[in-house]
Design a protein around this ligand. Structure first.
Ligand code: BTN
Length: 334
């Protein structure tokens, strides 16, 4: 289901009307005349909503009342909590997708606008960096891809991943945990990975057509939801906090932060993002082993350069610039 303020489905409209009435009843007659539907059609939509987990009370001669909304990530749950201009104002929400990045890419090719977001409750082939899979069980976490049209030259597009990492670490900190960024774009809590970013690009030599920023955040996964091989290295916000996380509230907070940082970046350049990234980094100052597609490199992670590449000082004293790879921390910071 894809919907925005202008293209709401009948079910979303019913929910909007019921939410607007707060705890009061809305008559079936009022709903059918607002929607131009028969009373039977309204009732069928109400049944469909109940099947999705909305608790809607029906009392004869009074009408319908919304009692509880499920933990879902449609515009109906996220929209009222959002404080953004563009980002997330249109949400393409799906129960299941192979990958939100793939779907967002196709939508962008078909002309989707800056700020439109694809969200899935579950991914069956979630894509991670370097050809890996992003484990995406249903209904627990946040998997989304934002379509951005930032008007940047293609060589600057990788900076957007760092913009997203800063927004992500900050929104996790807002939620009450000590999140840190591990170069290039993993977000960790206590050394365990809680979130990752996969940025994809459509461009010609001089001009970016669009950028897809795909983000996966483990919000409510418990240990048993992770495959065996990830249990020692992955965590979720809920595991760190010791309580369930309200997904719509987290999504709204993250998208609000993301738009703030994106605006600042597009207005003033990369410097402020780079400074904040460095302050949030758990990589800088560490002795690291970096694995790239072609080689391995050991040294001290000294800095990121103006484009976000990692600068590693080797034992021989040379400063190596790494654009892409995986970092392993060799010993704790002294
Ligand atoms: C990483 O390897 O750390 C990056 C993971 C990115 C996963 C997200 S989940 C939403 C979006 N859709 C995908 O297929 N991947 C990204």
């Amino acid at each position: 289901m894809a919907a925005n303020a202008n293209e709401q489905t009948q079910e979303e409209l019913i929910l909007s009307f019921l939410s607007e009435s707060g705890g009061d009843y809305t008559s079936g007659e009022a709903l059918s005349s607002k929607l131009g539907l028969s009373r039977t059609a309204v009732w069928k939509h109400v049944e469909a909503l109940r099947a999705k987990g909305y608790r809607i009370e029906a009392v004869s001669a009074r009408g319908y009342r919304l009692v509880a909304v499920p933990d879902r990530l449609t515009s109906l749950e996220v929209g009222p909590l959002l404080d953004t201009r563009d980002l997330g104002r249109t949400i393409h929400h799906h129960e299941s997708l192979p990958s939100t990045n793939e779907k967002a890419f196709r939508l962008a090719q078909d002309g989707a606008r800056h700020g439109e977001v694809v969200v899935a409750e579950q991914q069956t082939a979630g894509k991670g960096r370097r050809g890996r899979t992003w484990v995406s069980p249903p209904g627990l976490n946040l998997y989304f891809s934002a379509i951005l049209r930032p008007g940047l030259p293609p060589q600057r597009a990788p900076e957007l991943t760092l913009v997203a990492a800063v927004a992500l670490a900050e929104s996790l900190r807002d939620a009450g945990v000590e999140a840190a960024i591990k170069w290039p774009n993993d977000v960790h809590i206590d050394g365990l990975k809680v979130a990752g970013i996969l940025t994809e690009l459509s461009a010609e030599p001089e001009r970016v057509h669009f950028v897809i920023v795909g983000v996966g955040v483990n919000l409510n996964s418990q240990v048993e939801h992770f495959p065996e091989e990830l249990r020692a290295t992955a965590t979720s916000l809920s595991l760190a906090l010791g309580q369930p996380v309200h997904r719509a509230r987290f999504a709204a907070s993250l998208w609000t932060r993301l738009e703030e940082w994106l605006d600042l970046y597009l207005d003033t350049g990369f410097d402020a993002v780079r400074a904040r990234w460095k302050a949030l980094s758990s990589t800088l100052g560490q002795d690291v082993l970096v694995r790239t597609d072609r080689h391995e490199l050991r040294g001290r992670a000294e800095d990121i350069d103006p484009s976000g590449a990692l600068l590693v000082r080797t034992a021989e004293g040379s400063l190596e610039r790494v654009l892409a790879g995986d970092v392993e921390q060799l010993r704790p910071r002294r």
